[in-house]
Write a protein that binds this ligand. Structure first.
Ligand SMILES: *Cc1c(COP(=O)(O)O)cnc(C)c1O
Length: 364
């Protein structure tokens, strides 16, 4: 039977192997990993593959994704990366640990933790220059002191997130700052902070060159496990597989046509104006996939094809050497943005290629 198109092909064994490689790599300096599942919408099979590779936690920014994995029977510690006041009850019911920066939210979590007779663990995020989430370093001690008095709330550690909004590098200076903050909080408040979470897939260069990782003992990795690269410069990490995800679409038109549109110019379907290069008559193919399904700039053709442009439902490519007849398959590699959009599109079928030790059925 022919496989459905468009589809995203997910090779679970590659994700497991990437997770295993990174667990060993970071484990050498006693850093353990959270596998971040948000780019795959908390897909239970992908989470299982990460767990089979050795990650200690599964982390996601969406409580709905954590719910999906729990319902599917994934057994691990779940970490919520983004906590909203209005979701406090669900956070208590579904996550073991959450990242937090607001006392009011932690009070609400405490309220529901008491109601559900649970202890909820919290990692307090510190602002170290990237200007996304985080308590300011000067306010951290008082913040933890206040949070620690709340019933059924346990402050297990601190963390930071860089290279996201501000594009600030998680370098040795930033990691030292996080270690020093850990020491000073512990001294100030006479507590032990067990979990110091230094960052995400952008922390690779820091780790690779660090003599001493200080107090950092955890990282939260999505992209490196899934796509095989670090994210400070989007360099492939030696030893990792970059092809766990492939997008396959169907050719629905294949013809020799001029490369230059013909007639008076106006705006395209998205309100943009274009300049086209005259390449003469060339072989063009159209695939049944468009802006509604994917981030077109997040696709890289694995065949000798060049993306010329796209509209909502069509991508137009130049077919340079091979001839792709209608009905044939065109395959693309994906960036993070491409992966995120493809996993989210209801029109793209999710096709999983087996992972030997998965206990969950291979369905999407
Ligand atoms: C998304 C996210 C991560 C993972 O980032 P990757 O680039 O996928 O490694 C880590 N921490 C937080 C807080 C996040 O939101």
């Amino acid at each position: 039977m022919a496989l459905l198109m468009p589809r995203i092909e997910v090779t679970l064994s590659k994700i497991r192997d990437n997770a295993q490689f990174l667990c060993n790599f970071y484990g050498r300096k006693k850093i353990d990993l959270m596998g971040v599942s948000k780019a795959v919408l908390g897909n239970p099979l992908v989470a299982e593959a990460m767990i089979a590779g050795g990650v200690k936690f599964i982390a996601d920014s969406r409580i709905e994704n954590i719910q999906t994995m729990r319902k599917a029977g994934v057994l691990t510690q779940f970490v919520l990366l983004r906590t909203a006041l209005s979701q406090a009850e669900s956070v208590i019911q579904n996550a073991d640990i959450s990242l937090n920066t607001e006392l009011e939210t932690i009070k609400e979590l405490s309220h529901y933790a008491v109601q559900h007779n649970k202890t909820h663990q919290i990692i307090v995020m510190v602002e170290l220059g990237d200007l996304r989430e985080g308590v300011l370093p000067k306010d951290l001690s008082q913040f933890i002191k206040d949070a620690d008095t709340l019933s059924n709330i346990q402050i297990v550690g601190i963390g930071c997130n860089l290279a996201c909004y501000g594009g600030i590098k998680p370098d040795n200076a930033k990691m030292c700052q996080l270690s020093e903050l850990t020491h000073s909080i512990e001294k100030d408040l006479q507590i032990n902070l067990a979990l110091i979470s230094g960052g995400n897939s952008a922390n690779y260069d820091w780790y690779a060159s660090a003599q001493d990782v200080g107090r950092i003992n955890n990282l939260r990795l999505g992209e490196s496990i899934l796509l095989g690269y670090e994210t400070a410069h989007r360099k492939t990490i030696p030893g990792l597989d970059t092809s766990a995800f492939k997008l396959v679409a169907e050719v629905i038109e294949s013809k020799k046509k001029p490369s230059l549109p013909n007639g008076k110019s106006c705006q395209d379907a998205f309100g943009n104006s274009h300049q086209y290069l005259d390449r003469g008559i060339h072989q063009r193919v159209i695939i049944a996939l468009g802006i509604q399904d994917v981030l077109v700039s997040g696709l890289s053709p694995l065949d000798d094809l060049e993306i010329l442009g796209a509209s909502s439902d069509h991508i137009i490519l130049e077919d340079r050497s091979t001839h792709f007849p209608i009905g044939s398959e065109v395959t693309f590699g994906l960036t993070y943005g491409g992966l995120l959009a493809a996993m989210t599109s209801p029109f793209i079928k999710k096709h999983f290629i087996g992972c030997p030790d998965s206990v969950l059925p291979l369905i999407s």
